[in-house]
Design a protein around this ligand. Structure first.
Ligand SMILES: [Zn+2]
Length: 82
């Protein structure tokens, strides 16, 4: 699946409340923080800091909502709050 706005490869992920949002390909590692937003494996959008597991410790694995990297307006569910 490809984003209609930016042409990058994306896929859909389901949130806890049943909504679907576009996410980037691949997983990211995160730890406590406020800089970034990540969709956890549990289907929750959380504020955290995306880290490189070789440089830092991490608390979990998740996905990046595509709206964070698209650069274009992407339709998002109400569950995603900036
Ligand atoms: Zn896009």
């Amino acid at each position: 699946m490809v984003c209609e706005k930016c042409g990058r490869r994306i896929r859909n992920a389901r949130l806890l409340d049943g909504k679907w949002i576009p996410i980037d390909q691949g997983v990211v590692f995160w730890r406590e923080g406020k800089e970034d937003r990540v969709l956890t494996m549990d289907g929750e959008i959380i504020r955290c800091k995306i880290v490189h597991p070789q440089d830092d410790t991490f608390d979990g694995i998740g996905f990046v909502p595509h709206a964070a990297t698209c650069g274009q307006q992407v339709e998002l569910g109400e569950a995603v709050v900036i």
